[in-house]
Ligand binder design. Sequence first.
Ligand SMILES: Cc1cc2nc3c(=O)[nH]c(=O)nc-3n(C[C@H](O)[C@H](O)[C@H](O)COP(=O)(O)OP(=O)(O)OC[C@H]3O[C@@H](n4cnc5c(N)ncnc54)[C@H](O)[C@@H]3O)c2cc1C
Length: 404
Amino acid sequence: MQYDHDVIIIGAGPSGATVSRLLAQNGLDVMVFDKRKELGEPVRCGEGLGIREAVAQNIDIPKQCISTDIHGAKVISPDGSEIVWRDKETTGWVLERKMFDKWLMEQAVHKGARVQSYTRVTDLVYKDGKPQGVVVSHGAREPYEVTAPLIVSAEGMESQIARKAGFRALSTLYDVDTCYQYEMQEYDHENLIELYFGTEAAPRGYVWIFPKADKKANVGVGIGAHLETGMKDGGLKGATPKDFLDKFIENHPQLKNASKLQDFGGIISVGAPIDSFVKDNFLVVGTGARQVDPIHGGGIALAMEAGVIAANTILKAHNTKDYSESLLKEYETIWRAGPGKKVAKRLLLRKVLEAASDDDFNHIFKSITDKDLNKVMNGNFAGPVAKVVAGRPQLVSLLKALVS
Ligand SMILES: Cc1cc2nc3c(=O)[nH]c(=O)nc-3n(C[C@H](O)[C@H](O)[C@H](O)COP(=O)(O)OP(=O)(O)OC[C@H]3O[C@@H](n4cnc5c(N)ncnc54)[C@H](O)[C@@H]3O)c2cc1C
């Protein structure tokens, strides 16, 4: 069969841009479709990215994509006690994602990839029972077919086409956080991201303040989506993320006088990755595969990291003209043995911590240091758990899952 392209990629976010850049630089004919009118916009993100993660990607992010440098994190417990945590883990940037996403895609275009904005993929084209093309809809033009032996879904949370291909990519309410964020000005900051925990601020989630240039900040909240629904069903009015955020801002000494420049809502996965990333002639990458950190909902770095792994496997498929599930499975195996292990530990941590009360949280924060936080985020739970349990033995039953 003659194809229009070697690979079709659905979505020009960080995962799609990474896959397309690496494939194009190896000479493949890559076509990327994105339904957005302008790549990168509208932004639905806190825009935080760790420096370590970008270094690992070997990308040199230009100045115009970075709003401000971040030198650490301030973690605030329900009773207001703080841990200031300055480490490689918490050093990074708050990006200008509308610039960043476009720049990432431009890098792919420089290598020879083609991208078409404002073009929605609406369906799959099957030949011999396998997806070998897509139907696209662009403006007023009649929908038309475009073919390739491999389709990559880099669709983000929506993952409609991945679902059409038979992937179980519909998250439950328990496995997502619903979010609301304002871009605010003016906010004096110390180039630290601030994370506030507690049921009053954000049940099963947190409030974030991510500083930006010109005394701006992304101020947002994510809460368990199942809680939001439950509260509504229970008749509690106004239990939406926006209401939690407005209340937080009202009580914040600086933010209550700041202006709101932009607001948006969104959802992000805090659950497990989908149970399979590949089928014959089809592969899912990035947030579409729920490759997201279940503790903080960060997915930019994981999307790019998975993009690199997927691209290496796709090159093998292209060179051997074998697009079977068994060959593509290599990508999934490498991901699950690498970044997937970290995501699995973070998921375990999330599930344990969501059962902790505010009082438990206050105790945990008082028992541990920034160094312990580092250990915890790197999956080394034993030392910090021992410290916490020493002062409150009744937490053994809650925390034992982390050390067994
Ligand atoms: C409120 C909020 C705050 C967040 N904050 C952070 C943060 O601070 N740091 C962080 O690392 N992560 C954050 N995230 C998560 C992060 O935004 C995502 O994990 C990341 O963008 C995933 O990249 P991706 O390429 O997989 O998908 P996306 O960036 O979602 O890109 C998917 C692309 O696919 C396109 N698309 C989808 N369906 C189709 C279709 N049928 N046809 C054509 N195009 C299609 C979309 O238009 C989009 O451009 C946040 C998320 C939310 C909701």
